[in-house]
Design a protein around this ligand. Structure first.
Ligand code: HEM
Length: 131
């Protein structure tokens, strides 16, 4: 396995852990569980998301280019983080937090589709071609 393949495995694994952890914390938020404020629930996401981003940047550096689909992934990752934090803590009402959580999951699914298609439109690419 090349270094690039290893980084890709680390990247995809940390992406899976990131969304699994987010859904878990989202359910804790909806259930108003105090576990949401526990140390692992506060610290682990930062560790996982750092590994996700560092492996991504290392691969981008190895590719030696920043094609549009990678720029879209970076911007969408920032949106996932901001909308995710509204869902887990910053949203003022439960309805706001619940809606933001669904939006964060949708953004994550979009990022995966951008990764698989290597198109900046991701799964929306097919629709764009139809019109
Ligand atoms: C939540 C955020 C992210 C998710 C869910 C995600 C998901 C994925 C997935 C599933 C793959 C594997 C695609 C395949 O099997 O062909 C992948 C590959 C990759 N991602 Fe991400 N990614 C994220 C963020 C980023 C960011 C911010 C960057 C930009 C620096 C990035 C750069 C890459 C690169 C360079 C590859 C390898 C492409 C290849 O050689 O096939 N990813 N990502």
């Amino acid at each position: 396995m090349s270094a690039y393949e290893l980084l890709k495995t680390v990247h995809v694994s940390s992406a899976a852990l990131s969304i699994a952890g987010f859904v878990l914390r989202y359910l804790m938020m909806l259930a108003r569980s105090p576990a949401l404020r526990s140390r692992p629930a506060r610290v682990l996401p930062h560790v996982i998301d750092t590994v996700l981003l560092v492996s991504a940047l290392a691969m981008a550096w190895m590719i030696g280019a920043l094609p549009p689909w990678l720029v879209v992934k970076i911007v969408a990752l920032l949106a996932y983080i901001v909308v995710g934090s509204i869902a887990l803590k910053r949203g003022r009402t439960l309805a706001m937090r619940a809606g933001a959580g669904l939006a964060a999951i949708a953004i994550f699914a979009f990022i995966v589709s951008v990764a698989l298609t290597k198109s900046p439109l991701g799964l929306l690419d097919g629709f764009a071609r139809l019109s």
